[in-house]
Design a protein around this ligand. Structure first.
Ligand code: ATP
Length: 357
């Protein structure tokens, strides 16, 4: 029996609701599949922890997480704690501390869902966004001086290193090569950002020589938003900086139906550290505690985590069950339905139990 240890960090807002739904679905999968087991440990870190202890996680948090096979993360953020504290204190501390330099965001239109784009057919939108996850615009470099005076100044410096850009490009080209269309779009802003982004373009051209089968092109990030809306079928694998991909992937999720369905993995491809999987949505305070959060993003996230652990059959079974439920029309309000988190979760568990995949 293969056994994996999972550190669950539900954290804030709807995080606990969707992560407990996800754990229930994972439990149904292990019961059905046999062959592997998940040993789950929950960590009560996040904004409530911060209000009691002054930090989002204990000082030895990374040490505690390190032995786990993977981390299953909910969402961070609280109305009464500044966003930069919640983000840097937990999510980014884990991403950076474990050098999870790839943020992987698959997007497609699941069965039974539709895009807000009038003419977009399900097969027109099947993308994977590769986001650089440790440097760029979110490297935390900069500062504030002369606070409160008219000459007050703030700087936010983007960092692009040869090592950092090369490894994310190589990952993106490799991924594009494995996908049927072998198509990669490198997003930049090298007309206006004439140092870091020109460097990014040059390294893309260098790395492309290792992957002669991959057809690739470059897009400025502003033109990219238009292409995603106007010509979705012209895209497949997309690589972009930390900031650009952050924005593009929210747009991608919305174009695929809802922010509530989209998953992401923060991955250390070298597997020196545990990778972390989370739905891309945030804490969503407007619906917290109402029992209507869409758990599909957390389920698809669980599938990404299982794929990382090498459990391919379980991934197929889980996504098949999810799409049986989305196709049945049982949708939460963000998808225009009336179903609750509980109803969707039970339906997916039932679909797993009755599945012959
Ligand atoms: P962050 O900055 O952390 O990404 P945010 O405040 O920009 O967070 P979200 O918290 O993700 O954004 O919420 C944006 C909108 O999407 C809200 O109206 C929220 O209710 C909705 N939303 C997000 N996730 C879900 C979900 N799982 N189910 C239903 N609605 C959701």
């Amino acid at each position: 029996m293969r056994e994996y240890s999972i550190a669950a960090i539900p954290a804030d807002g709807i995080g606990p609701e969707v992560i407990s739904a996800g754990l229930e679905v994972l439990e149904a999968l292990t019961q059905k599949a046999g062959g592997f087991q998940l040993k789950v440990e929950k960590f009560p870190w996040g904004s409530d922890y911060y209000k009691k202890h002054g930090t989002m996680m204990p000082a030895n948090g990374l040490e505690l997480l390190r032995p786990f096979s993977a981390i299953y993360f909910g969402a961070v953020g609280a109305p009464d704690v500044p966003d930069h504290i919640t983000l840097w204190g937990l999510r980014l501390a884990i991403c950076q501390g474990f050098d999870q330099y790839v943020n992987l965001r698959p997007t497609r239109i699941l069965e039974g869902l539709s895009s807000p784009l009038r003419d977009c057919k399900p097969n027109d939108l099947d993308w994977v966004i590769v986001r650089e996850n440790t440097e760029g615009e979110y490297s935390g470099q900069g500062g504030r001086a002369h606070r409160g005076f008219p000459e007050e100044v703030a700087t936010e410096t983007s960092i692009f290193t040869r090592r950092g850009v090369t490894r994310i490009m190589r990952f993106a080209f490799q991924l594009a090569q494995q996908r049927p269309r072998k198509l990669l779009t490198v997003v930049t802003k090298s007309n206006a950002q004439r140092h870091g982004m020109v460097f990014w373009d040059e390294i893309a051209a260098e790395v492309s020589k290792e992957f002669p089968e991959v057809i690739w092109d470059k897009m400025l990030v502003d033109a990219m938003t238009t292409r995603m809306v106007a010509k979705p079928a012209s895209l497949d694998t997309i690589v972009a900086t930390n900031l650009h991909a952050d924005i593009l992937s929210d747009l991608a999720a919305a174009l695929a139906g809802s922010l509530g369905i989209a998953p992401t993995g923060n991955i250390d491809p070298e597997r020196r550290f545990p990778s972390m999987f989370e739905p891309i949505h945030g804490a969503a305070f407007d619906i917290t505690g109402k029992g209507i959060a869409n758990p599909i993003g957390a389920f698809w996230t669980a599938a990404m985590m299982l794929a990382h652990l090498g459990e391919k059959d379980a991934v197929q079974r889980l996504m098949h069950a999810v799409e049986r439920v989305t196709a049945s029309g049982l949708h939460t309000p963000d998808l225009g339905g009336k179903a609750t988190t509980r109803e969707v979760t039970s339906a997916v568990c039932d679909a797993i139990h009755s599945s012959n995949v």
